[in-house]
Design a protein around this ligand. Structure first.
Ligand SMILES: [Zn+2]
Length: 334
């Protein structure tokens, strides 16, 4: 398990081991290709048998993000790639366990879309060589195959960015759940009858600790208390709040409260799952130093003692490459 360590050494060493890989370009190699469909960019990356990156492409998405529009953009992006053995596509959303149906992809505005069949037809690629997967499952699988989670058979991934996401590996297998929706860490309830979440329910941890909701809370509190620098709701600087956390009582209270909720959600998941690795990522945890450290210092005491003994903590190592690698690797799963 490269990159795994105790909490203290993790906090001390944070930031030293982020890295990116770029393999040699080998002509004629059979490749597995992963696609990460983001809100602004489409990332496409081809890997050889050893999961070395042999070709990588990042293109800005076009306006048409309908299923047909995205399928068309993937087809165009793949034109320069040859020898494709299999293709995995990761996107943010909830989907059926076999990936055939995307139930809900809020960022794309999709509901109940049979995207895999549409893509299979358009590309002329058999469905046995094609996978459509949740993007965070792809990230965790990528880190498991070739990154920070390599060698760990039981992993909880907690990603805190604009939202809060989770993914689980248990006994060396990705945990999908009966309906494909396992690992929804962001919608674990931490306050009964609490803040309204984007999922439509109340009191989810994402409604407190997700970046979008942090910005909303900061904006409202700054207005209420007359704190300068946060007048534009579309340009809330969370790093500024993080830097003022000890000096401004309003921010101290907000950070203490929200990191407690986040720690509670993560710790309870750790108690239930007993993983050997807590894998972390996402802009809020990577960029907001005080928020991250507060969260992690609160997580450990909340985990059942017996489940804490084997626990190590690491950040993802592969950056953007984790999602494409994981999607490509999942395309080979039966
Ligand atoms: Zn929710």
């Amino acid at each position: 398990m490269r990159g795994a360590r105790t909490l203290e050494t993790f906090l001390r060493d944070f930031g030293r081991d982020h890295q990116r890989r770029r393999g040699p370009n080998r002509e004629g190699t059979r490749v597995r290709v992963g696609v990460d469909v983001g809100g602004t960019h489409l990332r496409v990356e081809a890997f050889d048998d050893d999961w070395k990156s042999v070709e990588r492409l990042k293109i800005r998405v076009r306006d048409d993000m309908s299923p047909a529009g995205v399928a068309g953009q993937i087809k165009s992006a793949l034109e320069g790639f040859s020898g494709i053995e299999s293709l995995g596509v990761g996107l943010a959303g909830q989907m059926s366990a076999d990936g055939s149906m995307v139930y809900n992809a809020p960022n794309l505005g999709w509901r109940n879309v049979a995207f895999k069949a549409e893509l299979s037809t358009l590309l002329g690629l058999g469905s046995d060589r094609l996978a459509v997967v949740n993007d965070l499952n792809a990230v965790l699988w990528g880190e498991y195959v070739a990154g920070a989670a390599k060698g760990a058979t039981d992993v909880l991934a907690a990603w805190v960015g604009s939202g809060v996401g989770g993914a689980i590996i248990a006994d060396g297998r990705l945990v999908i759940g009966a309906g494909g929706k396992a690992g929804e860490l962001g919608h674990v309830k931490v306050v009964v009858g609490g803040r309204r979440c984007g999922c439509g329910q109340d009191g989810c941890v994402e409604a407190y600790a997700g970046g979008v909701h942090l910005e909303k809370q900061v904006y409202a509190l700054a207005a209420e208390h007359g704190l300068p620098g946060f007048e534009d709701p579309n340009a809330i600087d969370l790093a500024l709040v993080d830097s003022q956390y000890r000096d401004v009582a309003v921010w101290t209270e907000l950070w203490e409260k929200n990191t407690s909720y986040l720690a509670l959600a993560i710790a309870n998941a750790l108690t239930v799952l007993n993983p050997s690795l807590l894998l972390l990522g996402g802009g809020v945890l990577e960029n907001l130093e005080n928020f991250r450290d507060l969260t992690l210092r609160k997580v450990v005491p909340l985990v059942l003692d017996a489940a804490r003994e084997d626990l190590r903590i690491a950040f993802g190592e592969l950056g953007d490459g984790a999602g494409t690698l994981g999607a490509a690797a999942l395309s080979l799963q039966p």
